[in-house]
Structure formats: C-alpha cells, structure tokens
Design a protein around this ligand. Structure first.
Ligand SMILES: [Zn+2]
Length: 390
C-alpha cells in the first residue's frame, strides 16, 4: 500500500462525476425501483441480475454464489488499470443489495428527487453506494488511471445478519489488499467510519410452572417474575466506559393474567467495542443462575459480528482518504458507530478496512431515507482516488 494519495487526478475524477451526475441518478433510480428485501429471494435475484449486466458492460467478470433461501451473492472482478500494480492483490469494494423494505414500499415511498435529495427505499442503505462503485470505476477508466485490480462483492443478507454472505465476504477479502465499504457515511457531515461495534444477540428463555393464580397460587413458579429478575442482572453488564451495552429489546411471556406464567423469554441485543470483551461478556451470561431453583433458564445466541476496531491499517486508509479529500477542497473526518456491517468481518481478519464511504444522507431503515445529491460526485471521486492509491 502506498501512502501517497494520487491527488492530481482526484480533480479529474470529480469533473467526470459531476458531468455524469444525471446518469448516476438515473442508475440509482433504476436500482431503487427494483425492490430487494432480504427475505424475498426472487426479488433480490432480480436486483442481482440487473447489476450483473451493468458490471459486465463495464468489463467485469461476474460470479454468482447461488443460495437456496437468500438471494444469490454477487462478485464482479475488474482488471487493474495499466500499471505495475495490475498483478497485485485486488482492492475490495464491499456492500450489499438487499434492503429492509418489503415489496410494495415503493407505492408509498416512490423514488423522488426534491431539494437536492433523492428519496426512496434503500437509496441510502445502500444502493447509492453501489452506484458510486460503478461510477468510480468509470471515472478511472476514463482517466486511464493506474490502479490495482478491483473486486466488487455484494451480498444479499446483510440486513439480516449476513448468515450466508459472511463466509463469502471473508474468503474474498483474504485475497485482497484492502477493503473499502460503501455503506452510508456517518451523521450530517458524512464522516467516514473507522470503527464499528461488534454485535450480538442472546435469547434468554425461562421455564417456570403454571398454576391457577386464585386456586393454587403457591404451586406456581412464575417464569415472568424470574425473567424480570434475570433482566435486572443482565443490564448490569452494560459498561459504557468500555463501549459495552446490553439491551433487552423484546420480551414476551405468559398466557393470561389469572395464570402463573410457565414460560417467558427476552431477546437481548449486545454491543462491544473490543473483540477482547466478547468472551468475558458471554461468560457472564453463561453464569446466570435461576433465583428460584424451581425455574430453569436457557440461553442461546452470542456475539455474531466482531467489532471493527480502529486498526493501524484502517488509520492508514483514512489518512489516504483525507489527503485525497483535501486535494478537492474537502476536509474529511472519521467517526465510530455502534452499528455493524460486513466491514466488521474483514477488519477482524486483519485486513485494512475503511467504512462509511457511501452516500451522505439520512433515514436508513426509516421513511425519510434519502441521500444528498450534490455530495455524490465528490464521494465517488474520493472512492476512485482511493482505488488508485491503495
Ligand atoms: Zn447497509
């Protein structure tokens, strides 16, 4: 990895992207109008087929990873631009084309442009990021720029935990020099993301004993009361100073108010800032004992996305990004987030990963989901510059 940013051409990339802004927006519109919820394989596969065609037209070698339930994951490989680095390890552009929006959302939330924003389901998370990948490659081609080979990997179940995408993301990243993640940028200034928390979830299930609350009160063992006591223990595991949070986000149990509840359960979200904290936190859960010896507790789950820590490799990539940004008059900043992405997996493997390179916007997973149009060209130019400099 070189540390010198290819600043002279970032301006050229910016000019290219500005000239092609309306073309980029019409591609974005097409993508948003192909709805692709994670849990609808046929729909996600339609999106994959559309993208495969776009990548092939750009000269990419497309590979699908067929899946039975999830949509087929998609890889596109592009040769390096003329340089001594054409035979080097590729740079990986990482993202996903599934969204959280069910089919039919478009009817209520159609793609529209208003006041320098483009709105629509999945526009920000993260179809704009995919459009940026495509136009960054086009800008590099147009400039005849020297760069490494580029691999684009887009999975289809990121929004539901990347269960089938994860091994493919990891296997692909292992052969790459660096990973650039086109997930949305952070906050109203659009900071890049240099660290992300690890994510987990644990289900705690309590079994008590049912009885009639009026006739046989003392024979019952309330699973609800036991669960409530367990939750008060669990929330003590939160340690804000260390970036550890524990949130019982869903709770359910019982049948009727006049029945002592035989069953109750809670789904608990976990976040950790450091990989080293995972084992200790999981151990604390495993050590939970029922307060009432006649109740039984059962735990399942654990940490499923390791944290993306602010490693030396990530800091180096951010340094390059900042130089490129400065060369087009843009002061870039970094931040951390509690949310996870597929970048967590690649970073945990020790591969330099920079995240949040996608669009500036707001409302991911919300009805005001939108991206800021005027920022798209400069963010795409930054991506092109990074591909050239890694
Ligand atoms: Zn996303």
């Amino acid at each position: 990895m070189t540390t010198k940013a290819a600043s002279p051409s970032a301006l050229a990339h910016l000019a290219f992207c500005q000239q092609h802004e309306s073309e980029m927006l019409s591609l974005l519109r097409k993508m948003v109008e192909i709805e692709s919820p994670s849990d609808d394989k046929a729909a996600v596969d339609r999106m994959g087929a559309f993208l495969a065609e776009v990548f092939e037209r750009l000269g990419g070698q497309v590979t699908f990873y067929p899946q039975e339930v999830a949509g087929n994951h998609l890889k596109a490989e592009f040769a390096g631009g003329a340089s001594d680095r054409t035979s080097g390890k590729p740079v990986l552009l990482l993202g996903h084309f599934d969204t959280v929006w069910p089919i039919g959302t478009l009817a209520k939330m159609p793609f529209r442009m208003e006041a320098d924003r483009a709105f629509g389901p999945g526009v920000y998370d993260m179809k704009a990021g995919i459009a940026m990948m495509i136009f960054a490659l086009r800008a590099l081609k147009e400039a005849g720029a020297a760069h490494r080979p580029v691999t684009i990997l887009l999975d289809t179940d990121e929004e539901v935990g990347s269960t089938t995408g994860r091994p493919i993301v990891e296997a692909t990243a292992k052969d790459c020099e660096a990973v650039l993640v086109l997930e949305p940028s952070q906050g109203p200034q659009g900071h890049l993301k240099t660290s992300r928390k690890g994510v987990g979830d644990i289900t705690i299930r309590v079994r008590g004993r049912a009885s009639h609350s009026g006739v046989d009160f003392e024979k019952g063992r309330s699973a609800i009361v036991e669960l409530a006591r367990q939750l008060l223990e669990i929330v003590k595991f939160t340690d804000l100073g260390r970036g550890i949070t524990v949130n019982p986000g869903v709770i359910q149990g019982g049948t009727r108010s006049n029945v002592i509840a035989a069953e109750a359960w809670a789904e608990v979200d976990l976040r950790i800032a450091r990989a080293a904290d995972a084992a200790e936190l999981e151990k604390k859960f495993a050590a939970l004992k029922p307060f009432d010896p006649d109740c039984a507790i059962e735990l399942s789950g654990g940490i499923n996305r390791p944290p993306m820590e602010r490693t030396e490799g990530t800091v180096r990539l951010f340094g390059i990004a900042r130089e490129i940004g400065a060369s087009i008059g843009w002061k870039l900043e970094e931040s951390s987030t509690g949310g996870g992405s597929d970048g967590n997996f690649t970073s945990a493997l020790g591969i330099a990963t920079l995240d949040g390179l996608g669009a500036l916007g707001e409302g991911a997973h919300a009805s005001n989901e939108s991206v800021v149009i005027r920022e798209l060209p400069q963010r795409t130019a930054l991506l092109a510059g990074l591909i050239q400099s890694v």
